[in-house]
Design a binder for this molecule. Structure first.
Ligand code: C2E
Ligand code: CA
Ligand code: CA
Length: 722
């Protein structure tokens, strides 16, 4: 027997009715059961009467004062349910506790027992020990109710609120009565015991909430509510507990089964705060946790750090792998983060470090919260390890995949003591150009980083705006034959004259456009502008030479690009041979790539293909043979050194010779003077492009400039030099 129970008995004996004064009516058609009941109850000191049927029970109740009825549900004649219903129609008997004994442990019978007015139920075979406890509790409760006069209005109030159980608590929170209206999940119900303080009964984690609600409820006119959850097997059950101050000064506590709402809320919480794929927290919760960590660390004089990992080639990977493949990538990234921080760190021990919290902010961004950091250098070295680990190829569906990531790091000392600011600082660090800061694979935040990134962001916004408003335009630079300086082609180069910043170099904004996803609209603008211009020149009867446009690799991998280009050409009545595409060596490196396949198709249709900046990248001359290429453009860096550097001359000569060997035309870029031109002619270069033979100029000025003294004049010089 529990101590609570003993205490309860003593108190009942002292304050309420003594057991000997309690009269129990046992109603059952089974004589053996009545006999057992009598033995059990009499041993407890109760007085016992028996009835063999419902009618007999009603007759006994009419003449005797009964404190509690044990009523068999299944009897011939009036069933227990019907008997209970009739008892309750008698106003004198409305509060007599009834315990329904059912052989049927099914929800429906139990539900029905409560509907007809039973206060509790037991299932057969009856556990007499348990039943005796319940009898005590019910009798005491009825007694308290009788004395404090629980009004019918209060019962209505309780029922209206859908309470499963109502408790009366005294000024100290001690449970005076337990009234069960509907069954509560047993893990919750078993917490309650009569004469114990409710707050002692509750699990420790629920206590603070319960006390707050209790205090709230004790104030007149207000209600205090809290929710507590308890596991039961592999499920969790929950109850909403509300407190109301009663006129008599004690407190009514209503407990309502809240499980369904609780589970729904938990589901919503999980969906909103945890990433489905990796199980890691998402943005809101991550920010909340960071804020909490910052607050703790400020007190403890520790640093809070954020590490941010962004997948750079996310969309390219998405095209290459399917959704499931991308999920594998995300899970692997989380695994690598876990591994990097797990090794050699005594989380929560010696260093008092909090275990890192991993968050997924979007499909391609991961963050790690590192709190209670006493030694930021140790953490930075861990972040380096992580960045190193991320360089390794990932295995997806049995294939090796290169996931390009950027890792940014920010500590609260420089990055800010506000959660959003600190996380944002790590993002700034991520956006920083490599090589700008201390080097290594990790970009660390500093106020300078913020400035640089902010400037870039501003340029990005301006570019976006000006692109939309058609504020960019094209310049054209002539390509001329090395031998007779006749115009053989031209290169279209984009120009941006920004109101706020003046002319901004494409060398600055093209890489930016690539990074922020503006390169596609920008390239579309270039293609349209150049093709319109070509058509205009042809219609005006100008010399029809191929015009070259620079296309980035990312555009070349786009599905449908070949058809789109061909359509754009034929729509204007142009021939494919009037267009040349310049791509950098990098695009040509991945054999079998989609970009090369597209270039091959374009070339088969008659579009010319040139490799730009040749010699600066992956120059393996031997691989050129298999590629869809017509022209090599020797990079400006070799041309500018031609007349003074023998190595540059040797490289230029090798490029021309291999190029010719496999039938390619060779163009020299950045030719600025007659000497360079002379050398290029010597080594057999075919075409010249540079300030010497013509600067990039607007379309309107192009033919005027060409026919003016510049080029013609230089032709005379060249003849002199040659
Ligand atoms: P690029 O394709 O190598 O273009 C040649 C660059 O060299 C141009 O710079 C041109 O103005 C410059 N140049 C030409 N002759 C000389 C010379 O004799 N001396 C010197 N010092 N420079 C010379 P620009 O126009 O500033 O363009 C820079 C880069 O921006 C281009 O290099 C190209 O990669 C990119 N770009 C320019 N326009 C476009 C475009 O429409 N689309 C794309 N995707 N990229 C473009
Ligand atoms: Ca070019
Ligand atoms: Ca170039």
């Amino acid at each position: 027997m529990s101590n609570n129970y003993q205490k309860g008995c003593a108190r009942a004996a002292a304050g309420g009715k003594a057991a000997a004064d309690c009269h129990i009516l046992v109603v059952d058609d089974d004589r053996a059961l009545r006999f057992l009941a009598r033995k059990a109850f009499e041993s407890e000191g109760f007085t016992v009467s028996e009835a063999g049927s419902g009618d007999e029970a009603l007759a006994t109740l009419a003449v005797m004062s009964i404190d509690c009825v044990l009523l068999d549900a299944c009897m011939p004649g009036l069933s227990g349910f019907e008997t209970a219903e009739r008892i309750r129609t008698n106003t004198r008997l409305i509060n007599v506790p009834i315990v329904m004994a059912t052989g049927l442990d099914d929800e429906a019978s139990i539900e029905r027992a409560f509907i007809v007015g039973a206060n509790d139920y037991v299932t057969k075979p009856i556990n007499w020990q348990v039943l005796k406890k319940r009898m005590h509790s019910l009798i005491k409760q009825a007694d308290v109710q009788a004395r404090s006069g629980t009004a019918n209005a209060e019962i209505d109030f309780i029922l209206e609120r859908g309470a499963n159980t109502a408790l009366i608590l005294d000024g100290e929170g001690v449970i005076q009565s337990i009234d069960r209206y509907k069954p509560l999940p047993s893990s919750l119900d078993e917490l309650l015991s009569l004469d114990a303080c409710l707050f002692d009964c509750l699990p420790a984690e629920s206590r603070p909430g319960a006390l707050d609600a209790w205090r709230m409820g004790r104030r007149a006119e207000s209600k205090g509510t809290f929710v507590m959850a308890r596991p039961q097997g592999d499920r969790t059950f929950a109850a909403e507990v509300s407190f109301f101050k009663r006129e008599s000064g004690d407190t009514l506590c209503l407990i309502r089964d809240f499980t369904d709402s609780y589970i729904a809320e938990q589901k919503i919480y999980t969906l909103a705060n945890f990433d489905k794929v990796t199980g890691q927290v998402t943005s809101t919760l991550f920010v909340e946790q960071t804020a909490a960590a910052l607050e703790r660390d400020l007190v403890q004089k520790c640093e809070t750090c954020i590490c941010r990992i962004a997948v750079e080639n996310y969309s390219a990977l998405y095209d290459q792998l399917d959704r499931q493949g991308m999920q594998t990538v995300a899970k692997s990234i989380v695994q690598r983060i876990d591994m990097a921080f797990a090794e050699g760190c005594d989380w929560g021990l010696e260093n008092q470090l909090q275990h890192p919290l991993i968050g997924r902010l979007s499909d391609h961004e991961f963050v790690v919260l590192l709190s209670a950091v006493k030694d930021p250098q140790l953490i930075e070295s861990k972040v380096q390890t992580l960045a190193q680990g991320l360089l390794e190829p990932f295995t997806v569906n049995g294939y090796k995949v290169a996931v390009r990531t950027k890792v940014g790091f920010s500590g609260s000392a420089e990055g800010g003591h506000d959660a959003q600011t600190l996380i944002e600082s790590a993002r700034f660090a991520c956006l920083e150009e490599p090589g700008n800061e201390r080097g290594g694979l990790v970009r660390s935040f500093s106020p300078k980083v913020r400035e640089r990134v902010a400037h870039r962001t501003q340029i990005e916004q301006l570019l976006r705006r000006d692109l939309e408003r058609d504020r960019l335009h094209m310049h054209y630079q002539p390509k001329v034959s090395a031998q007779d300086l006749k115009l053989v082609g031209m290169e279209a180069l984009i120009r941006w004259d920004n109101q706020e910043h003046g002319a901004i170099s494409p060398a600055q904004f093209i890489p930016l456009a690539e990074r922020v996803g503006l390169i596609e609209p920008l390239s579309e603008f270039v293609i349209d502008a150049v093709l319109n211009q070509s058509a205009e020149w042809i219609n005006a009867g100008e010399v029809a030479v191929p015009v070259a446009i620079n296309l980035p690799g990312s555009l070349l991998t786009r599905h449908g690009i070949v058809d789109a280009l061909l359509q754009a050409i034929s729509k204007r009545g142009l021939m494919p041979a009037q267009l040349e595409i310049e791509v950098t060596e990098g695009v040509m490196v991945e054999r079998g790539s989609l970009a090369i396949a597209h270039l091959r198709q374009m070339r088969e249709m008659g579009i010319r293909i040139a490799i730009d900046d040749f010699g600066t990248g992956y120059s393996s001359l031997s691989y050129l043979r298999d590629l869809p290429v017509d022209t090599l453009k020797i990079d400006r860096s070799f041309v500018s050194n031609l007349h003074q550097d023998n190595t540059a001359l040797a490289i230029a000569r090798a490029i021309v010779s291999v190029g010719h060997d496999i039938g390619l035309q060779v163009v020299a870029e950045g030719v600025e003077n007659a000497l360079q031109l002379a050398r290029l002619r010597e080594i057999g270069c075919d075409v010249i492009q540079g300030y010497y033979t013509g600067r990039p100029v607007s379309a309107e000025g192009f033919f005027d400039a060409l026919n003016s003294t510049d080029v013609l004049g230089s032709a005379a010089d060249i003849r002199a030099c040659g």
